[in-house]
Design a protein around this ligand. Structure first.
Ligand SMILES: [Zn+2]
Length: 635
């Protein structure tokens, strides 16, 4: 855990809400939006692949609430060349600024003195090659291997490493951008594309709806586009495009299903950008253009829950946004709940049950390993990197809380409540307290008898989950357990387990069940099963022969198989483990694999040997995590 050694400047943002005054302290921004508030950003860059920098200007349009106050912006590793201010909005003159000392987590505050009546500020700057929000890929790191690629990842507080701005989700801005690139490459952004897909190295964008800074996004590479529906489509490198279009062909259906549940999609187009494999996350809900990992392209649509998740953010997160990072569960818990409702609408109840049961498994594993304070939805992240709060708690505990509300109040009432919540707070950033007040007024107080069955305060402010929490189960998983038990008790060989129609989720459950039965009862294994190392190796190799798991092209299945292989010292998977870690950069997969390896001295040695070569190909966000896991000393 990273902590600051000193007290930080922070700003107390006061929001008037239905007569209640809510204090939202964003400990992760130097900005002073209650005194000067940025409302529009005009960006103009040259994308310089040789130097691995963006160079250009950011012109901010501001509202002066306390006219004597300077403008304070967030920056990280930016080189500020010059600052100008303008009173009439068009003529600019040189201004004065100071760049404060850099904090390891927050970066450095940029303070700009404002002449009376100045309404625009222009900053001439360039990024640094190591900017935490940018990843520059060599041609060899792309699918096509011919051209370089760059993409951004701004959430949580990485926008400040490529744009000087008020980098707090409590401030929403509209933006425009002009991006110059090498002529053969295409630039895309989380905005309306004003240049179409004609490749000329000069692209213009406009985002007319106010969004928080962490949703500003850019990617440049050898990208092609294919339409999926009237307002949906996919961008990918040429060699990935056909596979991506097939796999994501239900996207339009998902948009329609979500609109039916929660009201109109408000962002115009919904496109998906499939990135090269080093992308550290599964997906990022950049408005109008979800960024996605290629590891969801399983060939059978079994991993498109990711699209349902990122699409759901168009309501929970992008439309109604967490005001600070301690309210992150308002983004992710709601989105995880919505994701499963979308999957149910498009693929049926059984799929929803499987996903919810897997979610509960992940939540229980997470709770077993986290300190109490980190199990609280309304988490205290003061003095910590907000990326530390990105555990299963905001996602799965948040979703389980909403499931509890749905089951208690009934689906019809709860759906109505959510729809009105999204309408009421649309294009606003809100705190947990604001959600709680709205919940009380619009659901709890209307049905006091039902309300008494949901311990809302315990859900939001206490560790663990309440005893009355729902326990999602899956019929399909019960069947999988029966089959697995028959195999484990030698009634049938592995090859006769009826897996032909299994989904990825059933495979995940099967492998978890098998691993649990390998482990001593104390850690949750099936009672009475104590297998020798030799016996485990025999069973692993029987499974591998029957189902070729080591060579599985499904990222979720092969990931879980590799975790099992490390735990059970299944040597034939070693080469695949190395290949996986060398080619995939998704943190959800690589962090647990390195953690698992690091549990034994020999494993740690192997991990370091792989990491030494893989590290330069990983995204800075993944590097920070893995450095921590392996106590990397910077050799
Ligand atoms: Zn999310």
């Amino acid at each position: 855990m990273k902590r600051f050694g000193r007290l930080l400047f922070c700003f107390c943002l006061t929001i008037a809400f239905g007569g209640i005054i809510v204090n939202a302290q964003d400990f992760h921004s130097y900005a002073n939006p209650a005194a000067v508030r940025v409302r529009h950003v005009d960006l103009d860059w040259n994308v310089l692949f040789q130097q691995k920098i963006l160079k250009g200007t950011a012109t901010l349009t501001i509202d002066r609430i306390s006219p004597s106050e300077p403008l304070v912006l967030d920056t990280r590793d930016l080189k500020i060349d010059q600052v100008e201010t303008s009173v009439d909005g068009t003529r600019f003159q040189a201004g004065t600024f100071t760049l404060g000392a850099a904090d390891k987590i927050l970066g450095a505050p940029l303070t700009i003195q404002l002449p009376a009546k100045a309404t625009r500020v222009r900053i001439h700057y360039s990024t640094s090659p190591g900017a935490s929000g940018l990843q520059w890929l060599e041609p060899a790191q792309t699918a096509g291997k011919k051209d370089p690629f760059v993409y951004t990842q701004s959430e949580a507080i990485h926008a400040r490493s490529w744009i000087p701005l008020q980098d707090t989700p409590s401030v929403r801005v509209t933006y425009s951008a002009r991006v110059r690139t090498p002529r053969n490459l295409l630039a895309v952004m989380s905005a309306e594309n004003l240049s179409g897909t004609v490749r000329d190295g000069d692209y213009s964008f406009r985002m007319r709806q106010p969004i928080p800074s962490y949703l500003i996004a850019l990617a440049v590479g050898d990208l092609r586009f294919r339409a999926l529906g009237p307002r949906t489509g996919v961008y990918a490198e040429p060699s990935t495009l056909a596979l991506a279009a097939r796999e994501l062909s239900d996207t339009e259906k998902m948009v329609v299903a979500t609109e039916r549940l929660y009201g109109p999609y408000r962002w115009g187009r919904y496109d998906i950008l499939v990135l090269p494999p080093s992308f550290p996350y599964g997906g990022m809900e950049n408005p109008r253009l979800t960024f996605a990992t290629p590891t969801i392209l399983a060939g059978d649509k079994s991993l498109v829950s990711l699209v349902a998740h990122e699409l759901a953010h168009s309501w929970s997160g992008n439309l109604v946004t967490n005001a600070t990072w301690r309210d992150f569960w308002l983004n992710e818990g709601f989105t995880t709940y919505l994701e499963r409702r979308i999957l149910e609408a498009v693929y049926g109840r059984s799929r929803e049950e499987m996903e919810a049961a897997l979610g509960l498994r992940d939540l229980n594993d997470e709770i077993a390993s986290l300190p109490d304070a980190d199990e609280i939805l309304h988490i205290d992240l003061k003095g910590r990197d907000p990326d530390d709060g990105s555990t299963d708690i905001p996602y799965e505990k948040g979703a389980l809380f909403l499931r509890h509300l749905e089951q208690t109040f009934g689906r019809a009432r709860f759906d109505q409540f959510l729809k009105s919540y999204f309408n009421h707070f649309s294009f606003q950033s809100i705190t947990t307290e604001q959600f709680q007040a709205y919940l009380k007024q619009n659901l709890l107080d209307k049905y006091p008898d039902l309300a008494s069955k949901v311990p809302v305060d315990e859900w939001i402010n206490q560790p663990g989950v309440p005893a009355s929490a729902p326990k999602p189960t899956s019929q399909a998983f019960a069947q999988v357990e029966t089959e697995a038990s028959r195999w484990l008790s030698n009634q049938i060989p592995a090859a006769r387990i009826p897996t032909a129609r299994w989904s990825t989720q059933e495979w995940q459950h099967f492998l978890t069940f098998v691993q649990n039965s390998f482990e001593p009862p104390a850690s949750g294994g099936a009672a009475g099963t104590q297998l020798s190392q030799t016996e485990k190796a025999r069973l692993m190799s029987e499974l591998d022969r029957a189902f070729n798991l080591t060579r599985s092209g499904n990222s979720e299945i092969v990931f879980q198989w590799l975790v099992m292989s490390i735990r059970n010292q299944y040597e034939p998977a070693n080469a695949r483990l190395e290949e996986f870690l060398m080619t995939v950069g998704r943190r959800k997969f690589i962090r647990p694999l390195y953690q698992e390896l690091a549990k034994t001295p020999a494993g740690k040695e192997k991990a370091l040997a792989i990491y030494r070569r893989a590290r330069p190909t990983y995204h800075p966000i993944a590097v920070t995590s893995i450095d921590d896991v392996l106590k990397w000393s910077g050799e």
